[in-house]
Design a protein around this ligand. Structure first.
Ligand code: C2E
Ligand code: MG
Ligand code: MG
Length: 706
């Protein structure tokens, strides 16, 4: 806070006033004294002049000769002569009753030829200023105070005298100088009294003025003091407020800083989350893509090679399905740890998702460097892992792509490594495979297929064909139909579902495609029924990707509502491996069953379903895979599997359908084994709707009667 300096106005004013009073009093006194002295001097001077004239007129005739002949004479001589001439007596007689108390006469050379004080006769005043001026014709006077003065009448004390040097003119010439002393003591005393009075009155007036002004000043100081106190108070308040506000601001500031810090931490956490896999802590696909791009640029600048290793665990899903997700997760963490342990500091390992890992090896010199690393990784993963008292043995397939041979950018390199990994799987798993140019061709074809397939629906290139199902009884009659997607590409011609369905599944397009088939099939069924053709049931294939969608139950419900088909007229075929792999499959299947639709396990026998698991599924039908039907007549193993499946199905209360039945022999075997329904070329191939209708009519004996 700024300290207020007390305004001591009264004191300053008093000091200044007294100083001014003193100066003014002194100046006034001096001025009055000077003026009065001047007047006294002038008056006395005139008087002396007059008296000198009297002297000259009266006594000069006596003196002139004496003065003229005085030069060179001694003082005693002069004194004697003046006495002789009676100059002293004559002079005192002349001056009697005047104020002149002493007379001196000098000759032209400054010699005191006469003085009313005889002791001074003979003194020389040649150098005296008054004398010199008088000799030049100029009369001068001066006032002096004498403590003691020898006059005509004797010695006087404390006298004020005016002494005048006056020229004595004789025929126009200065013949000598007379000095007259006049006593002005009474004038001077009077003068001093007047002076004292003037000074006292002046000082009194000024003091009175001072007192009046002092009152004003004191009043003003009072106001100032009040204001100063008020100002001081408000200043203190202001300071207190400022201090309080400063504290508040400091608190807000530190709070803000804390928030900023927290936000930064949150951002850093978010950034880490966005770029890392939460399970293993490894970089995720996003960070990997950025890093690979950087590595490619670096390799390009320095002319190095680099390798991308695409690592996929073999049969990881089996572990997940049989031992649960928790064990699966722990396994992935352990695999990540093992892989990291085998890599150098500069290599980057990332998890792309699921059981897919990918690794960048920078600065490799030959492809062998990459294969050595791949060998090490495969070896390390193959070592048994103990998780929750389960001893697991797992293997990995690795695809390797090299920069610049297999791609010049990150996307191409990753795709090439991915393709090579599939080759490794084909080559029996637990191995690595380098990318080859042929794979690039395959990848290009696949990319084209993907692109064309995406537009197949809007280009009206897709269609649904229908394959008849017959009862297996002696007098076989049509029991249902399976809807199968067909794609007649404008570019590629007819493409088999075996080719395009897996592509659609991988790209996710199967969700759109599957829904389109479902709605088309339901509408077709409703149309047949509306025209009086009683097709009891239609089967539609459901992909794992569809099953995993949260809205699948809603989609099926809406397809039924839209077509007006009763739910039990629809059967959904789900491949065995799908049921095993889809997350939360059982609960979705249950909800579908609650809807009233029937469920069939497709391609049964190719998966690894356990009997216990099968019991949990809310299914109605098992479809025996074609691979077993083919073996009928040749392969006793296949035959006994078929028999076992049918027996098991019967004991679980499930009906059976055999697919891919082409021959009478197969039909007979299945009929004999107790299979319920038959589907295959033996009864009819998948056909377009109108052709299928004719086949149906032909195959339905009762229809002919109508
Ligand atoms: P799937 O569901 O097991 O269908 C039976 C397949 O066996 C069909 O092949 C059918 O044409 C064929 N087939 C039937 N009888 C015989 C026979 O006697 N001999 C031979 N050699 N083959 C026979 P397609 O139509 O090529 O379909 C192959 C697979 O594609 C289907 O197997 C199914 O898994 C999938 N698929 C077809 N359409 C769809 C669809 O709309 N959605 C989904 N998710 N998958 C579909
Ligand atoms: Mg099927
Ligand atoms: Mg099948």
């Amino acid at each position: 806070m700024r300290a207020f300096k007390a305004v001591r106005l009264t004191r300053y004013f008093s000091i200044l006033s007294f100083a001014l009073i003193a100066i003014a009093g002194t100046a006034l006194g001096l001025s009055v004294q000077d003026q009065a002295t001047r007047q006294v001097t002038t008056m006395a001077h005139r008087h002396n002049e007059a008296m000198s004239q009297v002297f000259i007129n009266e006594l000069w005739p006596v003196f002139s000769a004496f003065v003229a002949g005085s030069s060179g004479r001694s003082a005693a001589d002069l004194r004697t002569t003046s006495e002789t001439l009676g100059l002293g007596t004559k002079t005192s007689a002349l001056m009697k009753n005047s104020d002149i108390i002493k007379v001196k006469v000098y000759n032209r050379y400054g010699l005191t030829v006469f003085s009313s004080d005889p002791s001074q006769v003979g003194d020389n005043k040649r150098g005296n200023a008054g004398f010199i001026a008088a000799l030049a014709g100029q009369a001068t006077s001066a006032l002096t105070h004498r403590n003691q003065f020898d006059s005509f009448e004797g010695s006087r004390v404390d006298v004020d005298v005016i002494s005048s040097y006056l020229p004595i003119r004789d025929g126009g010439q200065v013949a000598g100088v007379i000095e007259l002393y006049q006593d002005v003591t009474p004038f001077v005393q009077k003068l001093q009294q007047v002076l004292l009075k003037v000074v006292l009155i002046g000082a009194g007036v000024m003091f009175a003025l001072y007192l009046m002004q002092l009152m004003v000043v004191r009043y003003a100081q009072g106001i100032l003091h009040t204001q100063e106190t008020a100002l001081r108070e408000s200043n203190r308040e202001l300071d207190a407020r400022v201090e309080k506000r400063t504290h508040e601001l400091a608190a807000i500031n530190s709070h803000l800083e804390e928030e900023v810090l927290e936000r930064r931490r949150a951002e850093a956490r978010l950034d880490h989350l966005a770029h890392h896999d939460p399970l293993t802590g490894l970089p995720n696909r996003l960070l990997f893509a950025e890093q690979l791009q950087r590595s490619v640029s670096k390799a390009e600048r320095h002319g190095h090679q680099l390798a991308v290793l695409f690592i996929d665990l073999d049969r990881f899903k089996d572990v997940n399905d049989t031992l649960g997700h928790a064990v699966g997760d722990e396994l992935l963490v352990e695999v990540a740890r093992r892989l990291t342990g085998q890599l150098r500091g500069g290599d980057l390992l990332a998890r792309l998702g699921g059981d897919e890992f990918v690794c960048i090896l920078e600065e490799i010199h030959t492809p062998q460097d990459a294969s050595r690393v791949a060998d090490k990784l495969i070896g390390r993963i193959a070592e048994s892992i103990s998780i929750r008292e389960n001893d697991l043995v797992i293997s990995a397939s690795i695809g390797i792509s090299l920069y610049p041979a297999d791609g010049m950018n990150a996307d191409n390199l990753l795709r090439a490594a991915d393709t090579a990994m599939y080759q490794a799987k084909k080559h029996g798993r637990n191995t690595y495979h380098f990318h080859t140019p042929e794979m690039t061709q395959y990848a290009q074809d696949r990319a084209q297929l993907e692109r064309l397939l995406r537009h197949a629906i809007e280009s009206n290139e897709l269609d649904v064909h229908y394959q008849i199902k017959m009862t297996a009884a002696d007098n076989a009659c049509p029991s249902g139909v399976e809807a199968l997607a067909r794609w007649n590409s404008a570019v590629l011609g007819p493409v088999s579902p075996v080719q395009f369905i897996p592509v659609a599944e991988e790209t996710g397009f199967i969700v759109t495609l599957g829904e389109w088939v479902l709605r088309t099939a339901c509408r077709q069924m409703a149309a047949w029924r509306a025209s009086g053709i009683d097709v009891p049931r239609i089967s539609v294939n459901l992909s794992v990707r569809q099953l995993e969608r949260a809205d699948i139950v809603e989609v099926v419900r809406s397809a039924l509502e839209e077509s007006g088909l009763p739910p039990d007229a629809l059967e959904l075929e789900i491949t065995e491996s799908v049921i095993m792999n889809a997350e939360d499959a059982i609960s979705v299947l249950k909800r579908l069953r609650e809807l009233g639709v029937r469920l069939a396990v497709d391609d049964f026998g190719t998966g690894y379903s356990s009997l216990a698991y099968l019991k949990l599924l809310p299914i109605n039908t098992l479809k025996i895979d074609r691979s077993f039907v083919i073996g009928i007549g040749d392969n006793l193993g296949d035959e006994s599997i078929i028999q076992a499946v049918i027996g098991m199905a019967r004991s679980l209360g499930l009906s059976t359908v055999a697919e891919g039945v082409e021959t009478t022999r197969q039909l007979e075997f299945l009929r004999h084994a107790g299979c319920n329904e038959i589907q295959g070329y033996h009864f009819g191939k998948p056909q377009p709707a109108d052709e299928f209708l004719q086949s149906w009519r032909r195959a339905t004996p009762t229809q002919e009667l109508v």
